[in-house]
Design a protein around this ligand. Structure first.
Ligand code: FES
Length: 371
C-alpha cells in the first residue's frame, strides 16, 4: 500500500482524490450562478447493494489457542479471491443459515486463501459453537466480499492494542507496518498465555516490539495508561478488544503520547443515553417494554428467539425489521435515508423517544400464534 494513499472505502473502492473533491465543491458552489449544474453527484449508492455471494471451502483447520480455531478458506476451483486490506472482515453464511462476521487475519498479499480465527463462546448466539463443531476441511460455505470498517492508514508511528481474540484484525496490520518500516508496537492482552491466539507467531516477529501481557501474571487486566505507555510519541492507536478495555483506553488517551485512536469493539456498545420505550409485534400483537439500558433486539429475541442478528452494532443489516408505525431514532451505520423512509429499522441499535411505541413487522411474526 502506498503510504500517501488514503485507505479504500467500505466497498474497497479508492477514495476520490483531492482535485476531484475540489472540482465537485466548485461545481456545487457556482453552478447555480451559471444557469445550471456543472457537475452532478451520482445518486448515493445504497449501502446494501446486492453482490454475488462468494463460494468458499474450508481447506485447513488448526488450533490457534485454547478454545480458538483458525480456518483457512479458499475458492473451491482454486481461483483468486477478492482483494482486501488490513482491518477487513468477512460475512460468512454458516450451514445453519446463521450469518456471522469475522476479521480476516491472514496476509492480504495472499489472494489464494482467507484466514479467520474464532473463539468458542458456549454462552453466545451459537455461531462460534457451530464453527468449532461442524466446520472441517471440505465444508462448503458462502460469504460476502470482504468489507472494511477498521481501515489501517499506515501513519509513521503506530500502537496496536489487542484484547484476546481482538488480535485478528490487528495481525495483518502488524505485517503491513513491518512491510512499510513503520515505528510500531503491539500489546496483546488476555487472561493467560494459553488464551492468546497466535502468540508464537507474534513472538517470532520481533520480541522488542511485541508485548504479551496476561492477567494471571500481573494480578488483573491492564489499565488504559499501562497499555498506552507503549505508544511512540504521536502514534495512531488501533485497538480491538472487549468493551472495558476500549473504555479504559479512551479515558487514558489524553494523558498519553498517542495522537489518535481507532477501534473496533466486540458486540454491542454499552447503551449510555437510552430512554425506555416499547415495541409492538405487528399491528395487533403483544407490546414489549424496552428498558433504557437494553436494546430492542435483545427484547425482541426473548419473544422471537430465532430472530437473526450478527454484529449487534448496526452495520451488518442482519437484524432488519420493518417499522409499521411510530417514530424511530435510527442509530445504525448502514441504512440509507431511502431505506429508512421505506420502513427499514435495525433494532440492535435503533431506539425511540421515552414512552414511544414502535409497531414492527418482525420476520416470521405472522406465522406464529399470537399470545
Ligand atoms: S445485528 Fe448487525 S445490524 Fe443489527
Amino acid at each position: 500500500m502506498d503510504l500517501r494513499t488514503p485507505p479504500p472505502d467500505l466497498y474497497g473502492r479508492p477514495r476520490a482524490d483531492t482535485f476531484f473533491r475540489f472540482l465537485t465543491a466548485f461545481g456545487d458552489r457556482y453552478s447555480p450562478a451559471l444557469g445550471g449544474p456543472l457537475l452532478r453527484r451520482s445518486p448515493r449508492r445504497p449501502f446494501s447493494r446486492p453482490t454475488p455471494a462468494l463460494q468458499l471451502v474450508v481447506t485447513a483447520r488448526r488450533r490457534a489457542a485454547a478454545d480458538v480455531v483458525e480456518l483457512t478458506l479458499a475458492d473451491p476451483s482454486g481461483g483468486p479471491l477478492p482483494p482486501w486490506q488490513p482491518g477487513a472482515h468477512l460475512r460468512l453464511a454458516l450451514p445453519s443459515g446463521r450469518e456471522r462476521h469475522y476479521s480476516l487475519c491472514g496476509d492480504p498479499a495472499d489472494t489464494a486463501a482467507y484466514r479467520i480465527a474464532v473463539r468458542r463462546l458456549p454462552a453466545g448466539g451459537g455461531g462460534s459453537v457451530e464453527i468449532h463443531d461442524t466446520l472441517h476441511p471440505g465444508t462448503r460455505l458462502t460469504a460476502r466480499r470482504p468489507r472494511n470498517g477498521f481501515a489501517f492508514c499506515t501513519e509513521p508511528a503506530v500502537l496496536l492494542l489487542a484484547g484476546g481474540i481482538g488480535i485478528t484484525p490487528l495481525l495483518p496490520m502488524v505485517h503491513e507496518a513491518r512491510r512499510h518500516g513503520l515505528d510500531w508496537h503491539l500489546v496483546h492482552t488476555g487472561r493467560s498465555a494459553g488464551t492468546l491466539p497466535f502468540a508464537d507467531e507474534l513472538r517470532a516477529l520481533d520480541p522488542h516490539r511485541v508485548h504479551l501481557r496476561t492477567d494471571d501474571e500481573h494480578g488483573g487486566p491492564p489499565t488504559g495508561a499501562e497499555l498506552l505507555a507503549h505508544a511512540p510519541r504521536g502514534a495512531a492507536v488501533y485497538c480491538c478488544g472487549p468493551a472495558p478495555m476500549l473504555a479504559a483506553v479512551q479515558r487514558a488517551l489524553d494523558g498519553s503520547p498517542a495522537a489518535s485512536l481507532h477501534f473496533e469493539r466486540f458486540g454491542a456498545a454499552p447503551i449510555t443515553d437510552g430512554e425506555p420505550f416499547a415495541v409492538r409485534l405487528g399491528a395487533d400483537g403483544p407490546v414489549l417494554d424496552v428498558p433504557a439500558d437494553r436494546s430492542a433486539l435483545d427484547v425482541l429475541r426473548e419473544a422471537r428467539p430465532d430472530l437473526a442478528y450478527s454484529c449487534h452494532q448496526g452495520f451488518c443489516g442482519t437484524c432488519e425489521v420493518r417499522l409499521l408505525a411510530g417514530t424511530a431514532d435510527h442509530r445504525d451505520r448502514r441504512l440509507t435515508a431511502e431505506q429508512r423512509a421505506a420502513g427499514a429499522l435495525l433494532p440492535c441499535v435503533s431506539r425511540a423517544a421515552a414512552g414511544e411505541t414502535l409497531v414492527l413487522d418482525v420476520p416470521g411474526a405472522s406465522d406464529r400464534p399470537r399470545p
